[in-house]
Design a protein around this ligand. Sequence first.
Ligand code: CA
Length: 240
Amino acid sequence: MRLLVAEDDTVIADALVRALRAAGHAVDHAPDGGTADTALATTPYDLLVLDLGLPQRDGLDVLARLRARGATLPVLILTARDALRDRVIGLDTGADDYLVKPFDLPEFEARVRALLRRGRDAQSRRIVLGRLHVDLEGRSAWIDGERLALSAREFGVLELLLRRRGRVVSKDALLEALTGWDEAVGTNAIEVYVHRLRRKVEAAGVAIRTLRGLGYLIEAGTTAAADAAIAHPPADDADA
Ligand code: CA
């Protein structure tokens, strides 16, 4: 993990950098807001520790610019004891947690661990396969940045196939995943959803293979399988 500590107080900064390095992280130190802003714009960090009272460019400004660039890394802000308003604005601006100075190192380390865990969870909600990008939480998919038009059920099928990528997903498992909807879904409907989905994702170099009697398998880079599927529309799915 690569972390950035933006803190102008050298005593505090040294202590934080040392603690994070001892925990096995690569750590950069920015002593002012301008340096922090440049580092964040050019280096992919996994977490930012951000003092709000920074020279050159204050912490809230650094934070606002970071989020405006679309960066989603977790941010832990450090504030003075009496700056309640700063904490509120900081959280509103996109900070994930805050610590009030002075704080104990063990608490700092615990907050960092929690934020890094949360960051990893968020990553696992985004899946990239071939040129297909899927945000499971936002329930959206893109090919080369262009949003894919998927029905809720097509997305449901895609989600299950992706969550179990590398493995065969049975038609029954898909059926089960789509039940609980307002109307019953039959196995024929599953075949239709898979067929439609297959045609939509093939442009991303993603294939949904039919394994007769077993189910479906999603994978990247095997256009031959996708071609075969297109050449034999739904009938190809009938025995899955
Ligand atoms: Ca400061």
